[in-house]
Write a protein that binds this ligand. Structure first.
Ligand code: CU
Length: 149
């Protein structure tokens, strides 16, 4: 059945050519201490190593009832937070999630966030990639070299 074998070979080659784009990377993920039941903020730098645009569309952690993507904006001297459906990351670009800008909002913490804790978060991207990251609890970004892949 040489024809059959050829067909399989062609399929295999196709699936390699059509492989998912490279997943975005997370660096310096951190969060501030917070009480159980309160709301926590998640900060990080996302980078897109691929030649195709991607976007963060969802985040999830078992440590909070719900996790949302927010952006803090200033208008008329007042800071307000708006929920974001997606945060685009251009090809080869980095997007900072930091106090005063984009951040994750951990709503209804199921446990207290104490310094040194590592919040397990799963990030979902428009490309379909799911990336796990540990958000280290402290007063600022963790030292370089501690990020997880
Ligand atoms: Cu917020």
């Amino acid at each position: 059945m040489p024809t059959m074998r050829l067909a399989f070979a062609a399929l295999a080659a196709l699936s390699i050519a059509g492989a998912a784009q490279a997943a975005p990377a997370v660096q310096g993920a951190w969060s501030r201490p917070a009480a159980q039941g309160a709301t926590g903020g998640g900060f990080m730098t996302l980078s897109n190593p691929d030649k195709t645009a991607d976007a963060l569309v969802a985040a999830e952690t078992p440590w909070a009832r719900e996790t949302q993507i927010h952006q803090t904006t200033m208008s008329g001297g007042m800071a307000s937070m708006k929920r974001q459906d997606r945060v685009a990351i251009a090809p080869g670009a980095k997007v900072a999630f930091a106090p005063g800008g984009y951040h994750l909002m951990f709503m209804g913490l199921t446990r207290a966030l104490k310094a040194g804790d590592a919040i397990p978060v799963t990030l979902t991207f428009a490309s379909g990639a799911k990336v796990k990251a540990s958000f280290v609890v402290g007063m600022g970004p963790p030292a370089q070299g501690q990020h997880h892949h």
